[in-house]
Design a protein around this ligand. Structure first.
Ligand code: SF4
Ligand code: SF3
Length: 543
């Protein structure tokens, strides 16, 4: 059985995973995910048209974002769970089709005709017929690549929309765009210009989604405050929480109160320590480990239970398979899944595990520089730039991954001159966030803005600086050095391009789905540049 997937940065040979996913996705799961996306496009074909007729259905909206998020890299590896989703999709599709056919004589074709087969085997066979490669034969690599760029942008955006929805924040215009864009992806013969326009529109709508999620986080948990976070363990029972879902963390904190269990954040959960309504829990004791790709070693060594709330899960080792749990849309075959945020099994696993035998001497890092915290010292920052105490800002952010080329980001951060400030966000910061960068006149040289979705904060900060200096963001002494791995980084990049941000440096390698012709367009229009060496890039930026 073969497969084809080139949606993430670690894709095999920089071209595509064709026999087994480097991430651990098997061909069966790959085919089921392809089918899920194909059918979801069909559902959106109806939802898009019915909305124009004044008919909408919240279950269709929710399904679409959950299906897209499910197929993000390192989220769901469980064929059974995807089969259940396909069955639900089939039912929603029948409902949407009936409603549309009651309103219109138009008979929709292609993905809109899809119906789920009953056996897993038949679903897999159907999935094999609707992958990227089939379209590539018809449309060629440029247009297929642009379609995939849009689809991956939608996947990333769906993850953020899902997080916001979980906290009760939704926007109907966003759902409308998901259906519009997925319907667009079913067009038989799309033009390059219309594809590019839709890709940038995805960036525009993603800005809205990130703003919505920022509002959801800050309204629910308060604005992040600069906070010192312990990065060494304390004696006692322990639970490690990974991923981006703050609601899962909050519920776990409530359910473990008074139970003498320490809660540690992992990966993208680190910024949680900055939120007033989360940091108030004394048993949220610190952060453990590094970025997602180190988890198999770190989870093995962690003497407690582990909870994966969103991406990025890797194949669990037998040594910790019984004490790792998934929640939300994350799934791995044979790993226990938490329903309805009842964390009883996680708590029991933590109590059954040995816990840390002793306190390790305290070491800390500082997080919590969201837009409010940075804005509150804006005048100091502006003054420091005017007096030339600060020469330049570097936003070094994005995903982490396993490739050796990612040392670039550590070396770059280390080589940044002492009169420059580094802003960072997302899990790529684990490459350098434990180094001591010192400060410039009391302003820390390393400002951790938060999770990948807090790119919204970075944008707010850049816009505020541009306003203070009465200039355009592109003329600020600010350079963006981004690392990508999965599809959330894709939607953020699209937002930056939509905002007209120029000269972004991106690495560690270029996406396999961006063809040379499309890359030329991005380079011409946005001066998007692949990273070279830290020395060459610093020289080019600072002169
Ligand atoms: Fe390969 Fe990435 Fe797709 Fe996994 S998600 S199969 S690693 S391209
Ligand atoms: Fe990291 Fe997966 Fe992308 Fe949220 S957690 S940034 S890779």
């Amino acid at each position: 059985m073969s497969m084809f997937c080139y949606q993430c940065e670690q894709t095999a040979g920089g071209k595509g995973c064709s026999s087994f996913g480097v991430c651990g996705k098997d061909p069966e799961t790959a085919a089921l995910q392809d089918l899920l996306l194909y059918g979801t496009k069909g559902l959106s074909m109806y939802a898009y048209r019915l909305r124009k007729l004044g008919i909408q259905n919240h279950s269709w909206d929710i399904f679409v974002i959950e299906a897209l998020f499910t197929s993000v890299t390192n989220v769901n590896f469980d064929p059974q769970r995807i089969q259940t989703l396909l069955q639900r999709l089939s039912n929603l599709m029948i409902e949407a089709r009936n409603q549309y056919e009651a309103q219109s004589k138009e008979k929709l074709m292609g993905p809109a005709e899809w119906m789920a087969a009953t056996t897993l085997n038949d679903l897999v066979r159907a999935g094999e017929q609707v992958g990227v490669e089939q379209r590539m034969k018809k449309l060629g690599e440029d247009r297929t690549g642009l379609q995939e760029l849009l689809l991956y942008g939608l996947k990333g955006m769906a993850a953020y929309a899902d997080h916001a929805k979980i906290l009760g924040y939704e926007d109907d215009d966003v759902y409308a765009f998901f259906h519009e864009a997925l319907d667009f992806l079913t067009h038989e013969n799309p033009g390059l210009d219309s594809l590019l326009a839709m890709v940038l529109k995805c960036g525009e709508v993603n800005l809205k989604v990130m703003a919505l999620l920022d509002k959801a986080h800050t309204s629910t948990y308060g604005h992040p405050q600069p906070t010192s976070v312990r990065i060494t363990p304390k004696k006692g029972k322990a639970i490690l929480v990974s991923g981006h879902d703050l609601k899962d963390l909050e519920e776990l904190l409530k359910q473990t109160e008074g139970k003498d269990i320490s809660i540690y954040t992992h990966g993208e959960m680190l910024p949680a320590h900055g939120y007033p309504k989360l940091k108030k829990y004394n048993h949220l004791v610190g952060n453990y480990g590094g970025a997602w790709q180190d988890q198999r070693k770190e989870f093995e060594e962690f003497p407690g239970a582990i909870l994966m709330t969103t991406n990025c899960i890797q194949k669990p080792k037998d040594s910790y398979k019984a004490r790792i749990f998934t929640a939300g849309l994350v799934a791995w075959p044979g790993v226990r899944h938490i329903q309805n945020r009842d964390f009883t099994p996680v708590i029991q696993a933590a109590l059954d595990a040995p816990g840390f035998a002793q306190d390790i001497p305290e070491q800390t890092i500082t997080v919590g520089f969201g837009h409010e915290a940075v804005m509150s010292v804006a005048s100091k920052v502006v003054e420091a730039v005017k007096s030339k105490a600060i020469r330049h800002f570097f936003l070094i952010g994005g995903c982490d991954g396993a490739k050796p080329g990612r040392n670039y980001y550590t070396q770059f951060a280390e080589a940044v001159p002492k009169d420059c400030v580094i802003l960072t966000l997302a899990c790529g910061k684990y490459r350098f966030n434990k180094l001591n960068f010192g400060n410039i006149g009391g302003i820390p040289r390393l400002l951790d803005i938060g999770q990948c979705n807090d790119a919204y904060s970075a944008i707010q900060i850049a816009v505020a600086l541009a306003k203070a200096f009465q200039t355009d963001v592109n003329k600020l002494p600010l350079s963006m050095i981004l690392s990508w791995f999965e599809q959330k980084a894709v939607c953020i990049l699209l937002t930056l391009l939509y905002l007209g941000i120029q000269n972004i440096r991106i690495g560690p390698s270029l996406p396999a789905f961006v063809s040379p012709a499309v890359l030329n367009v991005l380079v011409d229009k946005f001066h998007l540049t692949p990273i070279r060496t830290p020395q060459e890039d610093l020289k080019a930026i600072l002169g």
